[in-house]
Design a protein around this ligand. Sequence first.
Ligand code: SF4
Length: 260
Amino acid sequence: MPGPTRSRTPDRLCAEAVDLARDAAAQAAHPQPIGEHLGVVAEGDRLVTHFFGSRDPGYPGWRWGVTVARAARARYVTVDEVALTPGPEALLAPDWVPWSERLRPGDLGPGDLLPAEADDVRLEPGVLAEAPGEEPEEEEEPAGGRGAVTDVANKLGLGRRRVLSWVGLQEAADRWEERFGPETPMAQAAPASCASCGFLLPMAGSLRQAFGVCANEYAPADGQVVSLSYGCGAHSEAAEVPKPQRPAPPVIDHLGADPL
Ligand code: SF4
């Protein structure tokens, strides 16, 4: 319903029907009382809406809108519609956001499914992907054909329809760098970087130049991908840990006796 800001001149008889509109609003708002008459706007020829404040504690800033009308050349005004509508100061629910845009890292639980969209920019066709419009081959293939390539790809662990795209690689690298990169306080205070640490497991693929996996159970990044420029105090060559001193053997006094 439009707000009370239109410039059109309201029909005089409809605009004067404040009591009729108030009764209709009070009936609709019962048992809550209604507030002041806030104004009137013209919706069309002999069609006018009166607004009353809402006193319902559950609807602060809302208002009752009562639309009244009369027929041409008629003097009687009748109620057309009554509705509770939000005013400029009304407390409203935030705009609805699709679940796919609300999802955050860590939201996925056991049993949940989150398939990547067909046009997910983080992925691109892998070795097994068909070319666009290409039909699967039904004829017997010559030796060394596509099927042979697929077999080799499967054996090499490349048997995936989609693989990370350049965008996916970049986004992953940025995330990992932020969590376990050279700018973190842990890395800034580390005696040396992961690149020289014996607990670093090298990665495969193009990101191996910049990242590896930490395999030190005492390190904060154990089991995580770390930048080669990251580091922590558990570095394998951090420092020689001083051996604890052996306690001196107990001295037994053979000459004296303790009073019991
Ligand atoms: S123990 Fe520390 S320095 Fe070594 S790989 Fe793990 S995070 Fe890097």
